[in-house]
Write a protein that binds this ligand. Structure first.
Ligand code: C2E
Ligand code: MG
Ligand code: MG
Length: 454
């Protein structure tokens, strides 16, 4: 700011100077923060979209293509839930580092949140190049990591879309890269997929299913069916498994195979699972009062990995048992190997609390999930359930027969019971009996059915 003054008839100029460099640096830092992901230091969504806009403008002028890759880590939630957020964060930082090293300086690697990374490749020559880059990136990211002195393996899935073929606006391109990513995940992960228009139909169908499921919860359209478990020696019903069904207004009875994965992914399984536990306990108590079932007949409920990781599970079980005056050993909790695969404090704590509560623990679909057996040694499991996929060909495939016999032996050597699932024929039953299997469950005896039919 300058001003003229007259002092003793002499003109003077007064100049005020202020050093603004600190303020400017501060403003710059704030701007950077607003465009940067805190955890990894990568550009965030704001900066990504800005650069994507620029890339599109340049590509339009020179009639070129731009590629956008959406990258997620397969089963990252499991790591986060079972090993803790610190480990999850450290892993994300290492992934960010590897991604940045793997691309050219003109490319942008950004993180939008969670394990969602997006990579912008503004200068591509052909889709073949993009495929090669994606391939390289996948094997690079899938190399094991060392976090907190433990080795972690994780693989990425990648969805790719291209300007201008798959969209001309940033939002559209991001959405279509996500649809391709979803498709890559659905086909088992650790792969990349290029966007095709059909993927959008799939994605919108999924969204529709999700909102229908939310409505089904509000309207109480879920139901429990019960399948008997029969003791092979006494041929009496010694247990029941509660299996949920969706009583769809138009489609009729829907099996959880079609919607349980989506409930799990969206977290809706936690409230629905709570309803399952309450309803099953109430029903078991009603049977108890009516004297229709043996007093020691157990009731099994399925618990998904997401439910297993939720803090409310033990309280919920405890309350449902107490409200219905059920002895805890009547309730069996069916866990999957996915819930038990990591020997972490959280897993141990949960299993100890469940044991202390007094409920029985079983491992569902045994042998189909994670191959580590060490959890059998660490945790007090009561029952192993031989998966239907082994039982299916037990009489025709020597390997399935050998696996089933080995599971029976393994369980008995560890003082556990064995339940064989999906028994449909007399021949399967006989073979299982010869092996010494304790309990069977399957259409041969009874399908899952509503309580009045049971
Ligand atoms: P699962 O716990 O392994 O249940 C066994 C599945 O095999 C059930 O399918 C049952 O109906 C079916 N099954 C039993 N015997 C036979 C047989 O002889 N032949 C054939 N073909 N199938 C047989 P369902 O009821 O469709 O359930 C599928 C999966 O959905 C369950 O597998 C379980 O993982 C999940 N699920 C079901 N209910 C619940 C629930 O309340 N909570 C949770 N978290 N998951 C559930
Ligand atoms: Mg089960
Ligand atoms: Mg099973």
């Amino acid at each position: 700011v300058a001003s003229l003054v007259n002092i003793n008839d002499h003109p003077y100029c007064v100049v005020n100077l202020r050093d603004l460099s600190q303020q400017r640096a501060h403003e710059k830092a704030v701007q950077k923060l607003a465009q940067q992901d805190q955890l990894t230091g990568l550009p965030n969504r704001v900066l990504l979209i800005d650069r994507l806009r620029q890339a599109i403008a340049v590509a339009k002028r020179y009639d070129r293509q731009v590629a956008l890759m959406s990258l997620n880590l397969d089963r990252f939630k499991q790591i986060n839930n079972s090993l803790g957020h610190n480990v999850g964060d450290a892993l994300l930082q290492q992934v960010a580092g590897r991604l940045s090293l793997g691309v050219r300086s003109s490319d942008t690697v950004s993180r939008l949140g969670g394990d969602e990374f997006v990579i912008l490749l503004p200068e591509i020559n052909s889709t073949r190049d993009v495929a090669m880059i994606a391939d390289k990136m996948i094997s690079h990211i899938a190399h094991p990591y060392l976090v907190d002195n433990q080795e972690l393996a994780i693989s990425p899935s990648v969805g790719i879309c291209l300007f201008p073929d798959d969209g001309v606006e940033p939002e559209m391109l991001l959405r279509n890269a996500d649809a391709a990513l979803f498709n890559a995940k659905e086909s088992g992960g650790r792969c990349y997929k290029f966007f095709t228009p059909e993927m959008n139909t799939r994605a919108s169908e999924r969204l529709a299913l999700e909102s229908r499921l939310r409505r089904a919860i509000e309207k109480g359209e879920f139901q429990l069916h019960y399948q008997p478990q029969i003791d092979l020696c006494t041929r009496r019903i010694v247990g029941l498994e509660a299996l949920m069904r969706w009583q769809h207004p138009t489609a009729g009875t829907v099996s959880p195979a079609t919607f349980e994965p989506l409930l799990e992914e969206t977290g809706l399984i936690v409230p629905v699972g709570a309803w399952v536990i309450e309803t099953a306990c109430r029903q078991r108590a009603a049977w108890q009062r009516s004297g229709l079932l043996a007093d020691d007949c157990t009731l099994a409920v399925n618990i998904s990995p997401r439910q297993f990781a939720s803090h409310s599970l033990v309280d919920l079980l405890q309350q449902s048992l107490a409200n219905n005056q059920l002895a805890p050993q009547m309730l069996e909790v069916e866990l999957t190997e996915g819930s038990l695969m990591h020997d972490t404090d959280a897993t141990r704590r949960m299993l100890n609390e469940l044991k202390q509560l007094g409920v029985r623990l079983s491992v569902d679909d045994f042998g189909t999930g994670y191959s580590s057996l060490s959890y059998l040694k660490l945790f007090e499991i009561d029952t192993l359930k031989i998966d239907k996929s082994f039982v299916d060909k037990i009489t025709s495939d020597k390997k399935d027969e050998a696996i089933s016999a080995s599971i029976v032996n393994l369980a008995h050597n560890l003082q556990m019971l064995v339940v064989a699932e999906g028994v449909e024929h007399e021949a399967q039953l006989q073979l299982l009996q010869q092996m010494g299997c304790d309990i069977v469950q399957g259409y041969y005896f009874a399908k899952p059915m509503p309580q009045d039919q049971l």
